[in-house]
Design a protein around this ligand. Structure first.
Ligand code: ATP
Ligand code: MG
Length: 578
């Protein structure tokens, strides 16, 4: 490919709406162009990267025994009603009506469609197990599409679905997929961590995410991990053991009473006012789960993890209550307290979920729905709760104790590029998707599902491989392997040498761009770095001594070699791509 012909327009500036590195770099280097919020054109360079990732994914899925198909992007409402997800999926599901008033949706994922395909075709145990996958555009009407390709509304995903006769079969396939995912990301040149995670809207019991660990702002997930054992989990699923803490306030309070605590709206203010550790305060938080209030009780020094609370409450959507909603809750129960003084006592008809950190708390401090007052020396019996619904709803913190080996946990940021789930019968049961066993009895399939964000993986690769000059693509997914730059296009020897290098590389199957533009060398070098060619061969004045410059983008290493050596080295390196 000649640079003069390559469809790419690099920009001088980063786009103003870009917040993260990959969005900035991909837009400025001419890989993507935004069409509308969360929807991007994949320009030729981007498409080459995406196709390379897709090829790796296909090869590994095929060699793991899965079969590729392609399902429709538009899906009928009726199927989603069968699984119960029409109501459960929430606003990310883009719903639309056709001209006959039939209601449809744009596929955010394909469990329903694949289950309907299986139920029509996989009738006997003899046909199982099967794993089917596709690579396709998905649409999710994300609340906040942002970060470019990392969180688009339209994006490319590989999604696979397995059907087994029993749990043991599913366990084997799950392991098989986990191994395939590891190979896929390794081949893409991406270091990933496999972490335990919440199952979210897809459902099921066990799931793991593959995270690209990053120190950039793009890591939307907190990953807790142990350095001494394999334990690693997304914060929405992580658990820990707690270090010892003061949880009995008898040293501070010798009776249960209501004290004036003026202006103590926060845990810090209250613990400073009473001169007690925050571990002696019972914190009460009001959340709205599926439009109804839910109370969360947790020890004062800890934070509620919303996904864990949502799972404990058995809902679909969760958010913290607004000031107005707390006011309404107070009014409905005959109180008028402001936030900071809320407590469970006297609140009727509201589910109360108590974090495990509260177990064992004695003689503590708690709000009683009276502004500027708290009850001290209180115990759970004093709060008039109908039942004690203890659950683990706390956010793990770095330094907490690993649940598996007892060593301290660490935290880092991660970008989720892949996700594998054990679904069990979550879809096959409600959709009556069954097979017949050898005794003629029918059973729902035991299913698993396995996703990889193809476009997100490309963006995550940029987050993990860049410098201030631009992208440093891992060789296996770079749009081209090498760029050949003649410094002066008017110099015959430089041009003819560059042309020969270009042709020799092309003949050997190397993906090469010749920068034949009549531009200053500085401009060409800048573009080469920005676009992120893994190797650069520069033909300049030293060609009169029979030498060219050879640059490795990843390390910045520069050497002066003969054109033949440069060509041979590149050919050998390209051969190492798996
Ligand atoms: P997230 O939690 O980041 O919203 P998810 O867990 O909802 O993602 P899955 O349903 O697990 O996503 O989808 C499988 C894969 O598809 C994800 O691991 C991710 O790589 C990719 N993906 C999901 N949502 C998006 C998006 N909005 N833009 C780009 N890729 C996405
Ligand atoms: Mg996921």
């Amino acid at each position: 490919m000649k640079m003069s012909k390559l469809f790419v327009q690099t920009q001088r500036e980063f786009p103003s709406d870009a917040e993260v590195i990959s969005h900035k770099m991909l837009a400025r280097a001419g890989y993507i162009r935004k069409l509308t919020s969360g929807v991007y054109n994949f320009l030729p360079l981007m498409w080459r990267v995406l196709k390379k990732i897709e090829t790796i994914v296909r090869e590994e899925m095929d060699s793991a025994g899965a079969q590729e198909l392609l399902m429709p992007f538009v899906q009928p409402k009726e199927l989603w009603e069968e699984s119960g997800r029409w109501d459960a999926y929430g606003k990310e599901l883009m719903r639309l009506k056709d001209r006959h008033d039939r209601i449809m949706c744009l596929g955010p994922t394909h469990e329903e469609v694949i289950t309907s395909i299986a139920r029509d075709g996989l009738k006997s145990y003899k046909q199982l197990p099967v794993n089917l996958y596709q690579i396709q555009s998905k649409f999710r009407d994300e609340v906040r599409p942002r970060y470019g390709l990392l969180r688009g509304r339209e994006f490319i995903m590989k999604d696979a679905y397995s059907f087994d006769i029993d749990e043991a079969g599913l366990d084997r396939e799950y392991e098989n997929m986990a191994r395939a995912y590891k190979r896929i990301f390794d081949r893409c040149g991406l270091a990933t961590k496999m972490v335990q995670s919440d199952s979210g809207a897809i459902g099921g019991s066990v799931s793991h995410e593959f995270m690209v660990i990053t120190d950039t702002d793009a890591g939307e997930n907190d990953v807790f991990y142990c350095n001494d054992c394999d334990y690693a989990a997304n914060s929405n699923h992580a658990v820990s053991k707690l270090a010892d803490a003061v949880t009995d306030g008898s040293e501070y309070f010798n009776k249960t009473e209501i004290l004036d605590t003026p202006g103590t709206h926060s845990i810090e203010e209250l613990s400073a006012f009473l001169k007690i550790p925050s571990t002696l305060i019972l914190k009460t938080l009001v959340y709205i789960v599926d439009k109804k209030p839910v109370l969360a009780l947790i020890r004062g020094d800890r934070t509620v993890e919303e996904t864990k609370l949502l799972n404990a409450a058995g809902g679909i959507e969760i958010r913290i209550a607004s000031g107005a909603e707390i006011e309404e809750l107070m009014q409905n129960n005959g109180f008028s307290a402001v936030p900071g003084f809320i407590g469970p006592k006297g609140l009727k008809n509201i589910p109360v979920i108590i974090d495990e950190t509260v177990r064992g708390m004695k003689n503590f401090v708690v709000g009683i729905n009276q502004t500027d007052k708290h009850m001290v020396g209180a115990n759970l019996d004093d709060l008039g709760l109908n039942e004690l619904n203890y659950r683990d709803i706390r956010l793990v913190e770095a330094g907490d104790i690993c649940p598996e080996c007892g060593r301290p946990l660490f935290v880092t940021k991660g970008i989720e590029v892949g996700n594998i789930f054990k679904l069990g019968t979550k879809y096959s049961k409600p959709m009556n998707a069954v097979f017949t066993d050898e005794n003629g009895q029918t059973h729902p399939y035991i299913m698993g599902c396995y996703g990889i964000g193809i476009s997100r993986t490309a963006a995550a690769a940029v987050e993990a491989h860049y410098d201030e000059h631009g992208i440093k693509w891992p060789l296996a997914i770079a749009p081209y392997h090498v760029i050949v730059i003649p410094v002066s296009t008017n110099d015959e020897l430089q041009m003819s040498t560059a042309q020969k290098i270009y042709e020799d590389l092309q003949k050997a199957g190397v993906e090469v761009v010749l920068d034949d533009r009549d531009e200053r060398a500085g401009v060409k070098f800048k573009d080469a770095d920005l676009i992120g060619f893994p190797y650069r061969i520069t033909v300049g004045r030293t060609i009169t001594d029979g030498l060219v410059e050879y640059k490795v983008r990843e390390t910045g290493e520069l050497t002066t070699v003969t054109p033949e050596k440069a060509v041979n080295d590149i050919i050998e390196i390209v051969k190492t791509i798996k």
